[in-house]
Design a protein around this ligand. Sequence first.
Ligand code: CLF
Ligand code: SF4
Length: 297
Amino acid sequence: VSADLTSEIWEKVKNHPCYSEEAHHHYARMHVAVAPVCNIQCNYCNRKYDCANESRPGVVSEKLSPEQAADKVLAVASTIPQLTVLGIAGPGDPLANPAKTFKTFELVNKVAPDIKLCLSTNGLALLDHVDAIAKCNVNHVTITINAIDPHVGARIYPWIFYKHKRHVGIDAAKILIERQLQGLGVLAARDILCKINSVMIPGINDRHLVEVNKEVKARGAFLHNIMPLISSPEHGTVFGLNGQRGPTAWELKTLQDSCEGEMKMMRHCRQCRADAVGLLGDDRRAEFTTERIAALG
Ligand code: CLF
Ligand code: SF4
């Protein structure tokens, strides 16, 4: 990874377990679940549970206030010295809960200034918060973009809530896609590193993701992470209930291979929960419930 990166960018990614494949063996991230509300509906989401911005539906997490979240960051940082990144990724959309999200970042900047801040969003509200993101020193943003064609998008998103109004169908997908791509362009122009997540949904966007890859690359994305749809009826998602399957490992790898060009593809994603703690793939969240943190004093 290091060979083709400028030293300035390398400094920004070398300790980030998601942005650098090497780093994920040595550095840990944690998420705090401070963002319960969402402003869109994805057919792969079950809104009773965690957001699937990082795309693992169907697991409940404990919701935290910004103050509880900052306490948790301190508790985790003192137990896991490899902790380098705090991400907010749900359970809803962080930017549909801007007061809680930015308050949390502000508190963490104060109590643990060495921790890097990371944000994962569906992108609908991104343009409204670019200044706040930059002001809090968030230098890694993930936008989940599953389509750039509204006809494809309409099969993934039944509605969005935008400017006090609910939009449905192609109209909804068109607004969402425009906002996502514009948001990506603005962040990239401000030197905030952007990773794009896409959920691969066979028969819906699997072929189309090659086009998505080209477009996000052209607009300045740093890394593209294509993740498999997790779909089973017990998750209660629209796709799960409709019998929509996820891709096979071979289908996923073939698509990732066909997108691999000058831009890196991420292949070590673990589709984390909104309250994940620890090294990727080594989940230690059970050690840090609010009760346990309170007991530590
Ligand atoms: Fe979290 Fe996401 Fe930041 Fe990483 S996770 S907000 S970029 S700190 Fe990482 Fe987890 Fe994959 Fe996400 S392995 S789901 S890519
Ligand atoms: Fe669910 Fe996340 Fe989609 Fe919102 S953006 S509907 S929380 S998967």
